[in-house]
Design a protein around this ligand. Structure first.
Ligand code: DQA
Length: 151
């Protein structure tokens, strides 16, 4: 087990594997690989060690959350559309019991009404939305402060 207490699991959900094919005016046109590179850079600057996970399977996402306390000290998650209805993922995040921040590339509160609902309400330290990739920096800053890493 690492004693550094600086490990962050960055978890992406459904449809992030094809991020570059989604509406570029909403999601920016970048690929998941490019997004993860940027997030990795933010993490390094903040003294955090990021690991990445993506799946289109809700069950796999839940199972990863079951294991995440053995692998990480905190979670940054963008669960995509699952955010708006998957109580199973919310329950698994609750059981994981780690500090977590929810991120959305787009501004979910200014889109369709159903995107305003988040099953992670009350489970996350913060929800960052509408800031594109920079939103992950903000999320990681919140995690770093919570873990007492850096500054
Ligand atoms: C998203 C917003 C969700 O509403 C949507 O279903 C996604 C991406 C975002 O990053 O803006 O898949 O989480």
């Amino acid at each position: 087990m690492s004693s550094a207490h600086n490990r962050v699991a960055v978890m992406h959900g459904v449809n992030f594997d094809i991020l570059e094919r989604r509406d570029a005016s909403i999601y920016g046109g970048l690929s998941l690989n490019e997004l993860e590179r940027r997030i990795g850079g933010f993490a390094r600057e903040l003294g955090l060690e990021a690991t990445f996970f993506q799946t289109n399977s809700e069950g796999e996402f839940v199972e990863r959350l079951h294991r995440v306390p053995d692998l990480s000290d905190a979670v940054v998650l963008n669960a995509g559309a699952w955010t708006h209805y998957s109580r199973a993922i919310a329950d698994a995040l609750d059981v994981a019991g780690l500090p977590a921040v929810e991120v959305h590339l787009s501004d979910v509160d200014s889109r369709e009404d159903w995107r305003r609902v988040s099953v992670f309400d009350g489970l996350v330290l913060a929800k960052v939305s509408g800031k594109g990739p920079d939103g992950y920096r903000e999320a990681l800053e919140t995690i770093a402060a919570e873990l007492g890493v850096g500054g």
